[in-house]
Design a protein around this ligand. Sequence first.
Ligand SMILES: NC(=O)c1ccc[n+]([C@@H]2O[C@H](COP(=O)([O-])OP(=O)(O)OC[C@H]3O[C@@H](n4cnc5c(N)ncnc54)[C@H](O)[C@@H]3O)[C@@H](O)[C@H]2O)c1
Length: 263
Amino acid sequence: MSQRLQDKVAIITGASRGVGAANAQLLAKHGAKVVLTDISAEGEKVAADINQTCGLDTAIFVKQDVSDEQGWTDLIAQVEQKYGRLDILVNNAAILKHASITDEDYSGWQKIMKINTDSVFLGTHAALPLLEKGNGGSIINMSSSSAIMGMPHFVAYSASKAAVRGLTQSVAVYCSQKQNKVRCNTIHPDAIATPMSMEVGMDLAQKGKNVADRTRVMNFICTPDAVANTVLFLASDESSHINGAAIPVDNAATITPPYLPNS
Ligand SMILES: NC(=O)c1ccc[n+]([C@@H]2O[C@H](COP(=O)([O-])OP(=O)(O)OC[C@H]3O[C@@H](n4cnc5c(N)ncnc54)[C@H](O)[C@@H]3O)[C@@H](O)[C@H]2O)c1
């Protein structure tokens, strides 16, 4: 296996399952030391499996609520003490809730903004000074196709992901102007086969709602590995001139006009 991330240290949030776990596994296979964090301790097992496959001391797990400011300060201090560097931050943790503008209430809105958007501010704010000390840092923020398209049944989620995009652009320009060699990009997947999308689908089915009516008919569903490979590219020096980009991983879903004939 090639070592595209040799000597790099990465933090991946929400790494107990789904895309976050796939990210951690792939970055580790390519030579990175990976710090998995999650509010769920299931990430202990993901880290142990990585260590079994990639060698002892490749991965550690730290329990973290990404919406807690002090937790970020502590995490970055721990990483600096253990590794003396940080090269890659993947702000991946998020929650999804099925609710329209009339269904959602203010506390539900605030909860989603806190976990999905405030967390990206907190993580980027806390990590940037350490990333800047290196020779080319990469911040990868997991957004969504819902930041680009209207999603009537996921109102707070789509707003939270659009805010992540706005934050990313400003950080990218800040870093470019400061010439600190740190890059900041977003990835915008459409539906991915993970527990997040499955749980929402099951919840809708239990409520007797037609899932297809509330989402869209899709001609493919993305695998976590397809997203992780995009993360790997953005994490590596191969993407050294890509800063501020919004990369869709959606098989053209966000650019397909409705009712376009097939031929
Ligand atoms: N699944 C999809 O269809 C889809 C589509 C587009 C974008 N995304 C985005 O991809 C990313 C990964 O999604 P996934 O599908 O793997 O989700 P997932 O629910 O399978 O995994 C998310 C992880 O985040 C963790 N998490 C939740 N709240 C947390 C908190 N407060 N602090 C720390 N960790 C927390 C969960 O415990 C979980 O392990 C998310 O940012 C999501 O919005 C997912």
